[in-house]
Design a protein around this ligand. Structure first.
Ligand code: GTP
Ligand code: MG
Length: 444
C-alpha cells in the first residue's frame, strides 16, 4: 500500500454499520466472566494498627470465617510484616486472599522508622511483579499477585485526634496503596464523641495532605452509593465472631452488662458499610487502582531511575530499544574509561615500586661497600699482627736455640768437672724459664 493510501485509510472516519442478523460477539462479556471465574481472583489486604486493636477479629468478622491468628507481643523490637494466604470459595468464585499484618506497630519507644518496613514490603511486591513483567518468559496468567490492594488503617478510638504516628505512616503510604481509615473498637466511644472524632480525623487528613482512597463515582451504577459512603469515612467498626441471641435471631455482637452491640446493625456501627464498600462494591476497583495508579507510579519511577524515557531531549519519541542502545554505549564508554584509569594506576604503581626497589638496591650496595672496606681494614690489621707475631716467634726460636746450645755446653762442662760449687748450680737453674710474647723478654 502506498504511503498516501495509508494516510487516507487511517484518516477515514469510522462508520457505524448494522448487522444483518445475530453474530455472537455480544457474548464477549460472558466469555470474560467465565475466563475470570476459571482463573480465580486474588485480593490482598494490609492491616496496620496498634497491637490488640482488633485487626484479626475484624478480618474474621468480614469474611465470616476464622483465620489462624497469633497474638502479637508488645515487645517486638521493630515492625515486621506477616503475610498469610488463604483460598476461599463462594459459589463458584475462588478468591486467593492474603492478609498481611503489621506486627508490633506502635510498640517501639522510638517510632520514627515504624513506617519503613511497611513501605518496603509494599515496594517489594511491586518489584516482584515488575520483575515478572520484564522476564522474557512471563507467566502473569498464573502469577500469584501479592501487590497490596487495600490498607485498612486502624485508628485507636481515643476521641481526641490522630497521633503523629498515624499521620506520618498514612502520608508515607498514600502514594503506594489505597488507604481506608477505620476507627476500631467503635463500641468504646459514645455517639456524639464519635461524630466529632470522625470530623476531626478527616480535617487532619486533609490539612496534612494525606490522600485516602475515595470510592469511585464515575460508574453510574455505583456512583450514588459510593458518594454517600465517601461522606461516612472513616468507618467506625466493631468486630466480633461471637453470636448473641437478639429477639429470636442469632447475630454477631458484643455483649455488655448494659446491652448488646450488634456488628451488622447500621445504627450501632459502620461494619456493614465497610463490608459493602470493601468487598461487595469496590473490590475490583481497588484491584484496578492498585494496578493502574500505584503500581504504574512505582514502575514509572523505577524505569526512569534505570534511565528509560519515552522521549529524547528534543521531546521526540524515544523507543526502549534506543534507550537500551544509548545506555549500552554509555556503559561501554564508562567501562573503557575505568579500564584506562585502572591501567594508568597500575603503570604508576609499577613505576613507584621500581623506583623504591632501585633506591633499596643502591642503599644495599653502599652498605656492602662500607662493610667491604671495614673488612679489608680488619684483614690488613690482622695481617700486620700476624707478621709481628711471626717475627717474635722467629726471635724466640733463635733465642731458644741459643739457650739450648748454652745448656748443652754447660752440661758437657759439668760432666767433665762433677764436683762443682753450689753457687754454679744455682746459676744454672736460675736461667729464664718463660718467654713473654708481649714484652719479647724471658721471665723467671
Ligand atoms: P494483634 O494481632 O495481637 O496485634 O491483635 P489484633 O489487632 O489482631 O486484635 P484482636 O483481634 O486479637 O483483638 C484483641 C482484643 O480486642 C480481643 O480481646 C478482642 O475481643 C477485642 N476486640 C476486637 N474487636 C473489638 C471491638 O470492635 N470492640 C471491642 N470492644 N473489643 C474488640
Ligand atoms: Mg491479630
Amino acid at each position: 500500500m502506498a504511503a498516501t493510501d495509508l494516510e487516507r485509510f487511517s484518516n477515514e472516519e469510522k462508520r457505524n454499520l448494522s448487522l444483518g442478523g445475530h453474530v455472537g460477539f455480544d457474548s464477549l462479556p460472558d466469555q470474560l466472566v467465565s475466563k475470570s471465574v476459571t482463573q480465580g481472583f486474588s485480593f490482598n489486604i494490609l492491616c496496620v494498627g496498634e497491637t490488640g486493636i482488633g485487626k484479626s477479629t475484624l478480618m474474621n468478622t468480614l469474611f465470616n470465617t476464622t483465620f489462624e491468628t497469633e497474638e502479637a507481643s508488645h515487645y517486638e523490637s521493630a515492625v515486621r510484616l506477616r503475610p498469610r494466604t488463604y483460598d476461599l470459595q463462594e459459589s463458584n468464585v475462588h478468591l486467593k486472599l492474603t492478609i498481611v499484618d503489621a506486627v508490633g506497630f506502635g510498640d517501639q519507644i522510638n517510632k520514627d522508622e515504624s513506617y519503613r518496613p511497611i513501605v518496603e514490603y509494599i515496594d517489594t511486591q511491586f518489584e516482584n511483579y515488575l520483575q515478572e513483567e520484564l522476564k522474557i518468559r512471563r507467566s502473569l496468567f498464573d502469577y500469584h499477585d501479592t501487590r497490596i490492594h487495600v490498607c485498612l488503617y486502624f485508628i485507636t478510638p481515643t476521641g481526641h485526634s490522630l497521633k503523629s504516628l498515624d499521620l506520618v505512616t498514612m502520608k508515607k503510604l498514600d502514594s503506594k496503596v489505597n488507604i481506608i481509615p477505620i476507627i476500631a473498637k467503635a463500641d468504646t466511644i459514645s455517639k456524639s464523641e464519635l461524630h466529632k472524632f470522625k470530623i476531626k480525623i478527616m480535617s487532619e487528613l486533609v490539612s496534612n495532605g494525606v490522600q485516602i482512597y475515595q470510592f469511585p463515582t464515575d460508574d453510574e451504577a455505583v456512583a450514588e452509593i459510593n458518594s454517600v459512603m465517601n461522606a461516612h469515612l472513616p468507618f467506625a467498626v466493631v468486630g466480633s465472631t461471637e453470636e448473641v441471641k437478639v429477639g429470636n435471631k442469632l447475630v454477631r455482637a458484643r455483649q455488655y452488662p448494659w446491652g448488646v452491640v450488634q456488628v451488622e446493625n447500621e445504627s450501632h456501627c459502620d461494619f456493614v458499610k465497610l463490608r459493602e464498600m470493601l468487598i461487595r462494591v469496590n473490590m475490583e476497583d481497588l484491584r484496578e487502582q492498585t494496578h493502574t495508579r500505584h503500581y504504574e507510579l512505582y514502575r514509572r519511577c523505577k524505569l526512569e531511575e534505570m534511565g528509560f524515557k519515552d522521549t529524547d531531549p528534543d521531546s521526540q519519541p524515544f523507543s526502549l530499544q534506543e534507550t537500551y542502545e544509548t545506555k549500552r554505549k554509555e556503559f561501554l564508554g564508562e567501562l573503557q574509561r575505568k579500564e584506562e584509569e585502572m591501567r594508568q594506576m597500575f603503570v604508576n604503581k609499577v613505576k613507584e615500586t621500581e623506583a623504591e626497589l632501585k633506591e633499596k638496591e643502591r642503599e644495599l650496595h653502599e652498605k656492602f661497600e662500607h662493610l667491604k672496606r671495614i673488612h679489608q681494614e680488619e684483614k690488613r690489621k690482622v695481617e700486620e699482627k700476624r707478621k709481628e707475631l711471626e717475627e717474635e716467634m722467629n726471635a724466640f726460636n733463635r733465642r731458644k736455640v741459643a739457650v739450648e746450645t748454652l745448656q748443652s755446653q754447660s752440661l758437657q762442662a759439668t760432666s767433665q768437672q762433677p764436683l762443682k760449687k753450689d753457687k754454679d748450680k744455682k746459676n744454672f737453674f736460675s736461667l729464664p724459664s718463660a718467654y713473654s710474647i708481649t714484652t719479647g723478654r724471658y721471665v723467671n
